[in-house]
Design a protein around this ligand. Structure first.
Ligand SMILES: Cc1cc2nc3c(=O)[nH]c(=O)nc-3n(C[C@H](O)[C@H](O)[C@H](O)COP(=O)(O)OP(=O)(O)OC[C@H]3O[C@@H](n4cnc5c(N)ncnc54)[C@H](O)[C@@H]3O)c2cc1C
Length: 155
């Protein structure tokens, strides 16, 4: 059901698309929002084991949206360089499609939070990571998006 890229010469090999997802620091999650209005919301994330993980507050627009419709897409831009002499933009980006779910299993939750913490705060000690997770754990939900279709494109 997923489309092929029209300008296929610009399509990145799957390993490059995966690298963009692994190395990016934020992306935009696109959801079916209220009353048919698409809702695109920027988020931090981590990509591991073919899945994307997000953390968020326990209420809000995006949670209402994903409860109604778990299918979503997530876009990460790795490069956006305007090239005036060529009247174009040199870019690298990926788009992932998949289904979101709110994690409920305590082990899965801990794994996801730890992966996020290690990505964003790699220099933190084990002990301070453990304390921070214990402090914030009950205020957040962890979301998992299983990536069903991933494409990368570059110009
Ligand atoms: C680079 C970056 C990384 C972020 N990382 C995270 C993260 O990891 N986890 C997380 O929970 N949040 C993160 N945020 C904040 C995130 O974009 C949302 O603001 C937040 O998650 C609340 O979403 P919500 O749908 O619950 O908001 P709600 O407050 O329920 O949204 C209500 C309305 O507020 C407006 N709104 C909400 N968010 C934004 C926004 N970012 N900019 C402009 N208008 C907005 C929209 O009109 C929306 O319909 C990040 C933001 C940025 C820019």
């Amino acid at each position: 059901m997923f489309r092929t890229m029209r300008k296929s010469q610009r399509q990145l090999p799957p390993e490059d698309a995966g690298a963009i997802l692994r190395e990016g620091s934020s992306g935009v999650l696109a959801l079916s929002g209220d009353e048919g209005w698409p809702y695109a919301v920027p988020l931090s994330y981590v990509y591991t084991g073919g899945k994307l993980y997000f953390h968020c507050a326990r209420e809000g627009h995006k949670l209402d949206a994903l409860r109604r419709e778990p299918r979503a897409s997530f876009c990460v831009i790795a490069q956006d360089r305007i090239c005036p002499e060529k009247y174009t933009t040199l870019y690298r980006s990926v788009i992932a499609f998949g289904r979101l779910r709110i994690l409920e299993d305590e082990e899965e939750i801990l794994r996801a939070i730890t992966a996020l913490a290690k990505k964003y705060f790699p220099d933190e000690t084990e002990e301070s990571r453990r304390q921070e997770i214990a402090r914030s754990r009950n205020a957040m939900y962890l979301l998992e998006m299983s990536v069903e279709h991933l494409t990368g494109k570059a110009r």
